[in-house]
Ligand binder design. Structure first.
Ligand code: FE2
Ligand code: FE2
Length: 292
């Protein structure tokens, strides 16, 4: 791990903290014409059915799906905080990793509160995680060793960061969401630099089997995130007939969008330490559809 770099990150986090309560213009209500998510990130855009929706239905679809995305972030970050809290107990207080993770914990708790506030502002009702998501989330959090959990976290952070960047750069995005994603991108950038630096050490020591396992942990995490956003209940809420059928089409459509828009960085990262090999490449191609 590059200690000078990590000291620099700790210093920025301490000296230039961003406070969501003042950084975000919470007093602003969405104006006519404001959007909640770029159209191309919604699960139905690109399908024939999307063209049959009224403007109000399109806007509601984006609002519900955005709420689902940030509720998933908040839940995932809460799980990761649980792990970090346990992990720092194994490290002395003056250890650099311990000190960085304290900053990360402070920031992640702030993010969760910010996401919750944004959901309330949007009048959102997040659909709860499925039983399988809950089980996998809790199980891996409790039983996987630290290096695997950091691999999982960096993959989720890289993917969500790309998603946030698409959203905050979209024209006419509701200013509350723009500033929320701005703040998140700035702080997550530090977490990503730290975790990548930490993982370089782990990956350098890893042989074929471990690299294969790391690769699968990342793939599993991406699949986990991807399947948290598209929800049948949302199609019911916006008044679509046959939500089951719509869900099937949307899941397939979203898989393709997700691959095209969100996976470039993570594929590059996995490739950088040799995570694609004979045992993993087929799974990345088949399950995520990427050219690994
Ligand atoms: Fe975060
Ligand atoms: Fe983070």
């Amino acid at each position: 791990m590059d200690e000078i770099e990590v000291e620099r990150l700790i210093k920025i986090s301490r000296e230039r903290p961003l406070d969501p309560t003042t950084f975000i213009p919470w007093q602003l209500e969405p104006a006519a014409g404001d959007i909640f998510l770029p159209e191309f990130l919604t699960s139905l855009h690109g399908l024939e059915i999307y063209n049959t929706l009224t403007p109000a239905q399109k806007s509601e679809l984006a609002r519900h799906e955005l709420v689902q995305v940030i509720a998933s972030y908040a839940w995932g970050e809460c799980l990761f905080c649980l792990f970090m809290t346990r992990h720092i107990l194994t490290l002395p207080l003056d250890n650099i990793e311990h000190r960085f993770l304290l900053r990360e914990l402070i920031e992640e708790f702030k993010h969760q509160e910010m996401f919750g506030q944004a959901i309330a502002k949007l009048g959102g009702q997040p659909v709860p995680q499925s039983g399988l998501h809950k089980f996998l989330g809790m199980f891996s959090n409790k039983y996987l060793p630290a290096d695997y959990l950091f691999m999982g976290s960096v993959s989720v952070e890289l993917v969500t960061d790309v998603y946030g960047t698409h959203a905050r750069k979209a024209e006419h995005i509701y200013p509350v969401l723009k500033k929320m994603f701005d703040l998140h991108t700035i702080e997550e950038a530090r977490h990503i630099i730290f975790t990548k630096s930490l993982l370089k050490t782990y990956a350098a020591k890893a042989g074929y089997i471990k690299r294969t396992l790391y690769s699968y942990v990342i793939l599993g995490n991406i699949l986990f995130v991807r399947t948290m956003y598209v929800k049948k209940e949302i199609y019911q809420r916006i008044g679509l007939e046959n939500p089951d059928k719509v869900f099937k089409l949307a899941a397939k459509n979203f898989k393709q969008k997700f691959r095209e828009k969100c996976l470039t960085d993570i594929v590059e990262f996995v490739d950088s330490w040799g995570g694609f090999n004979r045992a993993t490449r087929w799974a990345w191609r088949w399950i995520l559809g990427v050219k690994a």
